[in-house]
Design a protein around this ligand. Structure first.
Ligand SMILES: [Zn+2]
Length: 394
């Protein structure tokens, strides 16, 4: 039952002076005005319920060694970005904070709405034949639909519109868990102790200090690996929610939930596509070692590769999932390539890149993947004293 008295979006209860400056630089906390539509209020209420669930889960399952408050909040900036903040190391009553720009929410929904408005993208969802292809085109993969004043309509089929919104929520789950992993595994405290940085930001930056960029990219990969596991675990847990049609207000909502969470295959497709599109908005589909070396974040093919390897290991070693790792591996490659194809279709490009061939066919990439492992081995012991719980990857 939804409590209608809960303020949406709720403001964080703990903000220190340092965090307050960061929030100001992101345009301040996002507050809904009275003239916002019921759809917008519903969207934030849904996200709030989802993120509250993640915080509760993190407190119970992850934050076992260093329990502390985990706060989150939506910031007003319309360009996509998110950050992880941790209060200063000497703080007596420490807290963690996850900030998400409101622009991520609208940009993701905009791009997924465009995708599902194209009748050839995910044609087994709802009725694609009623969609208008001209409604699905974008001139580029935008990072700010509000700032660029891009008008985006929902897909015409309500099941497809519902699925677009579930893709958005899944990509946001991933982003939330990605920030949470930066905090949980001590990345933020480590960066603070080394370089006086108080936050980890998500939009890709360029820097000439290549060593530092390699450390940064390695922490990003670790955050992705922790997050992909949590995101798929959450999707598998949601399977039980639609055991009865009676839990839903309308049939379209039930049908889109079934397509998203109906079985292991559905959940893996949902997560693979949602997460890949997020990677893709944040970085290019082609991979070049020289370009990559000066960037704060790995490019989409590398991030996708590591997420895939993580889930392969999870399905191989955690019997609770009852999902065959070889089936997963085959299906995941297809879903990621479908997602890149979908990007090409909405951008009106002739050919799509094959994401995994970007890695396999590139002589530099094996060396590059090895250098992540070497960097991780040097950072891992330094993270031990900062982590909030759990076991760091080997
Ligand atoms: Zn990150």
């Amino acid at each position: 039952m939804t409590d209608l008295t809960v303020k949406v979006p709720r403001l964080p209860t703990r903000i220190d002076r340092e965090l307050s400056t960061i929030i100001e630089s992101c345009g301040g906390m996002f507050i809904l005005k009275d003239d916002h539509s019921s759809n917008t209020i519903g969207l934030f209420r849904t996200l709030q319920t989802r993120f509250d669930m993640h915080v509760k889960y993190a407190n119970q399952v992850f934050y076992r060694d260093k329990p502390r408050d985990i706060e989150y909040g939506f910031l007003s900036k319309t360009v996509i970005n998110a950050f992880a903040y941790s209060s200063p190391l000497q703080e007596k009553d420490p807290f963690d904070f996850i900030g998400i720009n409101v622009g991520v929410i609208y940009t993701l929904l905009g791009i997924f709405n465009k995708m599902l408005s194209h009748s050839s993208i995910l044609p087994d969802i709802g009725n694609p034949n009623i969609e208008k292809v001209e409604q699905s085109h974008l001139s580029d993969l935008v990072t700010d639909v509000i700032g660029k004043n891009i008008h985006i309509e929902q897909p015409l089929c309500p099941v497809r519109a519902g699925y677009a919104s579930l893709l958005q929520q899944t990509a946001l789950d991933f982003l939330f868990f990605h920030e949470l992993t930066h905090l949980l595994n001590g990345h933020v405290d480590y960066r603070r102790s080394k370089m006086q940085f108080d936050t980890i930001l998500e939009m890709m930056k360029t820097d000439k200090f290549i060593d530092d960029m390699m450390v940064n990219q390695t922490l990003e990969i670790d955050a992705d690996c922790g997050s992909i596991h949590s995101t798929i675990a959450h999707a598998f847990r949601l399977k039980d929610m639609f055991s009865s049609k009676n839990n839903f207000n309308d049939n379209a909502q039930y049908e889109s939930m079934k397509k998203a969470y109906g079985c292991g295959y559905s959940s893996i497709r949902l997560v693979s596509i949602a997460v890949y599109i997020l990677f893709r908005i944040c970085g290019p589909s082609r991979w070049y070692s020289t370009m990559q070396a000066t960037k704060s974040h790995p490019f989409a093919p590398i991030r996708s590769w590591f997420s895939s390897c993580t889930l392969y290991e999870v399905f191989k070693t955690v019997p609770a999932y009852r999902y065959n790792e070889l089936n997963f591996s085959r299906e995941h490659i297809l879903h990621v390539n479908d997602a890149e194809n979908a990007v090409s279709m909405i951008l009106n490009k002739q050919n799509a890149d094959n994401i995994f061939l970007e890695i396999i066919n590139n002589p530099d990439s094996l060396q590059y993947l090895k250098s992540f492992k070497t960097t991780w081995k040097t950072i891992r012991p330094k993270l031990e004293k900062f982590k909030r719980g759990g076991i760091l990857a080997q």
